[in-house]
Ligand binder design. Structure first.
Ligand code: SF4
Length: 467
């Protein structure tokens, strides 16, 4: 059988799919000059193949089928599987319908969007896979014909899966995920050493499709060895939402990389409270060069209301500054527009992001994704009817304290305040700190200018006194 796997290039703005926003994907569109600069940087850095396609390619190839991967073109075949996203599903539907019309192929949809919003895709393909797609792929590879919505059971033993087949996945200029890989000219590969997350953040789509499971360190190391054998020096991006959830397991992976002298550098995402200096040291020796983590809000009460365990600020600062000293890039994620947020609380979160001084910061607007517990609570507040607008950067609900325009203004302000600081560019480029006093003065000037812009905006919003 000829199998076509479609991970379509998103349209309009920087579209990321696969495991971004728990698989719903995001679309980043510059709404001010600072956000446009960040958009360009993200285009440069974010250019990775889909880990899900890597697994599906391996399953079909192992069963003796021919596998083709496309990001745009229609390729003739017997079966096509289309990775879906909330931000670009119309384009994905259009592609699926054309594939059926041109070649009479069986077409199925998979991914988080297909799992939690299958009704939108119904009638546009032959079947819709609900759940992680590997079990359904195993059935298809055995020759089963699937029809309508089908539940793909969760694979409990992740070690039983074959390793992703990157040689079969279209090499879409295998990305430059972070600056380290750009300078060291390493090919970049995604890797999943665990799936889902055992935490309870009610806004998070990472945990809604299946329960947390982890691969054994031996199995992960075998995959890394295989990638190194095929591609030499590589940069790995662990796509696990919580790479260091099990300390012993992440230590065993790091120790294995060191012991086997594998030529890798890597990035991982985790919670900062699952890191300590000893673990950071070990991960660094194994090749850790970039760390991403959620901070979300400075206010512990806001976090508790959305089921997120707050992390003491001193610990966050300590780990971030320790990583910076070691040369590990740090990227913090923040959410603007929690239901308890006010202008002042958002300003405090932006101030906190600057105080934490991570290498980069990404701010998003609270998005009630389908299938999350938060979505159920917010149902009556949702104003947006176009699902593609649930992109992480568009206001989609009536906020108790802020208008849509104010939310967008605060999003722009967050990017401006964080990135316009001369000290940010100075540190990012690693320039000498003998000019620290001058840079601090420029910082103070830039912050003053930004505050004037904010004041002018909020003054213009105040109701005019009647004459
Ligand atoms: S820690 Fe919370 S936000 Fe992060 S992946 Fe887990 S559930 Fe999601």
């Amino acid at each position: 059988m000829r199998v076509v796997l479609a991970d379509l290039k998103g349209q309009n703005g920087v579209v990321s799919k696969d495991t971004i926003a728990g698989g719903y994907g995001s679309r980043f569109r510059g709404i001010s000059w600072t956000t446009r600069v960040v958009e360009r940087m993200r285009k440069l850095y974010r250019n990775l193949p889909s880990i899900q396609l890597g697994y599906l390619a391996a399953i079909f190839a192992q069963a003796g089928h021919e596998v083709y991967v496309t990001d745009n073109k229609w390729i003739p075949g017997d079966l096509a599987l289309v990775l879906t996203s909330i931000v670009d599903f119309r384009h994905e539907i259009q592609w699926a319908e054309e594939a059926r019309r041109r070649y009479g192929m069986q077409v199925g949809f998979f991914g988080t969007f297909a799992t939690h919003v299958p009704e939108v895709l119904a009638g546009h393909g032959d079947f819709i896979i609900k759940g992680e797609p590997e079990h359904a792929a195993l059935r298809l590879a055995r020759g089963e014909i699937l029809k309508g919505p089908i539940v793909s059971s969760t694979i409990q033993d992740l070690d039983s899966l074959p390793f992703p087949r990157w040689d079969l996945v279209y090499r879409r200029r295998f990305g430059h995920e972070v600056i380290h890989s750009l300078f060291s000219m390493r090919s970049v590969f995604p890797l999943l050493s665990s799936r889902s997350c055992p935490e309870f953040c009610t806004y998070c789509p990472h945990r809604i499709t299946a329960v947390y499971r982890a691969r054994s360190p031996q199995n992960v190391l075998e995959e890394i060895e295989q990638i190194c054998r095929q591609y030499g020096r590589v940069f790995l991006v662990f796509r696990d939402p919580l790479f260091t959830e099990e300390r012993d397991r992440s230590m065993a992976i790091a120790e294995g990389i060191i012991r086997k002298n594998l030529p890798v550098r890597f990035e991982c995402e985790t919670r900062l409270d699952s890191l300590d200096k000893e673990l950071v040291d070990l991960l660094y020796r194994a090749g850790l060069r970039a760390l991403t983590f959620g901070v979300e809000s400075v206010d512990p009460n806001t976090l508790k209301r959305v089921g997120r365990r707050p992390i003491p600020p001193e610990h966050q600062k300590d780990i971030i500054s320790y990583c910076s000293k070691k040369g590990i890039m740090t990227v913090g994620f923040y959410v603007i527009g929690f239901l308890t947020d006010t202008i002042e609380s958002i300003q405090a979160t932006i101030d906190y992001s600057i105080d934490l001084n991570s290498t980069m910061a990404l701010f998003k607007i609270l998005t009630p994704y389908p299938g999350t517990p938060l979505r159920k609570r917010m149902e009556s507040l949702i104003t947006e009817t176009d699902l593609e607008k649930f992109d992480g950067y568009t206001p989609t609900f009536k906020h108790p304290n802020l208008t849509h325009e104010q939310l967008l203004f605060m999003l722009t302000t967050a990017y401006s305040r964080f990135y316009i600081r001369p000290s940010w560019g100075w540190n990012y480029l690693g320039l000498p700190n003998c000019f620290a006093r001058w840079v601090q003065r420029w910082d103070a000037y830039a912050q003053r200018r930004q505050r004037e812009i904010e004041m002018a905006y909020f003054t213009s919003q105040e109701p005019k006194a009647s004459s």
